[in-house]
Design a protein around this ligand. Structure first.
Ligand code: SAH
Ligand code: SF4
Ligand code: F3S
Length: 441
């Protein structure tokens, strides 16, 4: 077995996991990453369960690779594996729907992949490993193989909040924070490999809590203070935050720590208290407003991002209009928005009345129009500013453009060449679009 194809779906935590899986299998089995499943001896889908669409993507991908079921040149079979959150949630059901899948594993079991591959090679037929409560995977992984200017490091996994619509507590398991020393060690390796920006990841980073070497409990604010002390760390960000976990200390560090970028992803989901209550979010609109205002006061360039769900069971036109009014009020700089998707095993899936999908879609279109309009206005106000940008990659817009982010997490596209990747440049903003800025060096 030589070649690995890994396709990732879902959130940044899954992307991080995919990187760790790659580094693990490079070390254990000498595998090399290839860019198409046709070239691979091992095909891994690292999946997402958050909405029905995400899950459908897996099964359509599985349908597509079915024709690749074959013997390899060395006589073994091509191995098909499904990992991540669908692996955890659907388990052995996946073998039934796609009988050529050999291996199903959950997000807390991927460190066992080398052993599972050996078992398959030794004649085992199907292997299923999904233990959502495991918390020791990081102890069994080789050091990160991340390179590049921006490195992401998972500091916290899982969730205990059980919002009524959400599968994450079921797929990722109980909330768990990595020990401070582990986190700092991994970040130090990333910095040594050339990273200058560190993103701290977690389903709920604001609930981070772990002991350091001296036995002192660190929360997120304290951890960020420690990261800021590391040489050559120029930017720090963290995602995702939960409004119910916000603290004054976490707000204060934005004016205290120069490396901490003034951007917070703080999802509110809905602007209606009745809906937030049915979602069991643990906060109301006024609570959110208080923290949004504190954050904006803490730093003049603070940007706020949110997630929204429309068409939640029982959402009336009035509830929806409250969400629209909230967008006008808070003037979010960025947002992800979704039509409610009833998920198996969640309470909201059986709440009444369910909102017809078509109505949900119409509300989503209206919501996104409003979000775009507000973002466009915000972005147009950036025109004329000079921003320090870390050049990250070629722009998706093509046309000889490169992309990087401002400290406030706004994407900027500007004419430049590939050699600039990893460099700091000063860019003048010349145009504001709904989801990005245009600039020139
Ligand atoms: N921990 C984060 C969000 C993780 S999931 C938080 O609490 O904010 C990412 C986003 O997916 C959520 O913020 C929510 O907007 C959306 N989402 C989750 N479950 C969903 C569902 N059943 N239907 C539609 N959107 C959903
Ligand atoms: Fe899901 Fe709620 Fe946990 Fe976020 S806080 S991951 S939405 S259960
Ligand atoms: Fe999806 Fe799992 Fe992330 S359900 S959003 S991949 S935590």
């Amino acid at each position: 077995m030589k070649n690995l194809f890994i396709k990732n779906f879902g959130c940044q935590m899954n992307l991080y996991d995919a990187g760790r899986i790659l580094a693990l299998l490079q070390k254990s089995h000498g595998l090399t990453q290839v860019s198409t499943p046709e070239m691979a001896d091992l095909v891994i889908f690292n999946t997402c369960h958050i909405r029905e669409k995400a899950e459908e993507k897996l099964f359509s991908e599985l349908g597509r690779v079915r024709k690749l079921v074959r013997r390899r040149a060395d006589g073994g079979r091509v191995v098909f594996a499904v990992g991540g959150c669908v692996g955890q949630a659907e388990g052995e059901e996946i073998f039934r729907r796609a009988p050529y899948v050999d291996l199903v594993f959950g997000p807390q079991n991927y460190h066992e992949l080398p052993m599972m591959l050996d078992q398959l090679a030794g004649g085992h037929d199907k292997i299923f490993a999904a233990n959502a409560t495991a918390t020791d995977k990081f102890d069994h992984l080789p050091q990160t193989g991340q390179s590049g200017p921006v490195a992401s490091v998972t500091i916290q996994e899982g969730c205990n909040r059980f919002c009524s619509y959400c599968v994450v507590p079921h797929t990722r398991g109980q909330e768990w924070s990595r020990p401070v020393a582990d986190v700092l060690e991994e970040i130090a390796v990333c910095l040594a490999n050339g990273a200058v920006e560190i993103q701290l990841l977690g389903q709920n980073v604001t609930s981070y809590g772990a002991l350091d070497e001296s036995g002192t409990a660190n929360d997120l604010a304290l951890l960020i203070r420690r990261v800021a002390l590391l040489d050559s760390c120029k930017r720090i960000r963290f995602v995702t935050s939960h409004p119910a976990d916000m603290t004054d200390d976490l707000v204060d560090i934005f004016s205290e720590i120069p490396q901490l970028c003034p951007c917070v992803h703080l999802p509110i989901q809905s602007g209606s208290d009745a809906i937030l209550q049915a979602m069991e979010r643990g906060h109301n609109v006024d609570h959110y407003r208080t923290w949004a205002n504190k954050l904006r006061r803490a730093h003049p360039d603070m940007t706020l991002a949110s997630d929204f769900i429309v068409g939640f069971p029982g959402e009336t036109e009035d509830d929806f209009n409250q969400t629209m009014a909230l967008i006008e009020e808070i003037r979010f700089d960025h947002a992800y928005s979704f039509v409610f998707s009833p998920r198996p095993g969640t309470r909201a899936a059986t709440m009444e009345p369910q909102i017809p999908l078509e109505m949900g879609r119409q509300r989503l279109a209206r919501l996104q129009e409003k979000l775009n309009q507000v973002q466009l206005e915000n972005n147009r106000q950036q025109v004329g500013k000079r921003e320090e940008i870390l050049v990250e990659k070629r722009s998706r817009m093509g046309q000889g453009l490169m992309s990087g982010r401002t400290r406030g997490n706004r994407w900027v596209n500007f004419p430049a060449t590939d050699e600039r990747i990893g460099q700091w440049v000063e860019v003048e903003i010349i145009e504001g679009l709904p989801n990005s800025l245009k600039g020139r060096l």
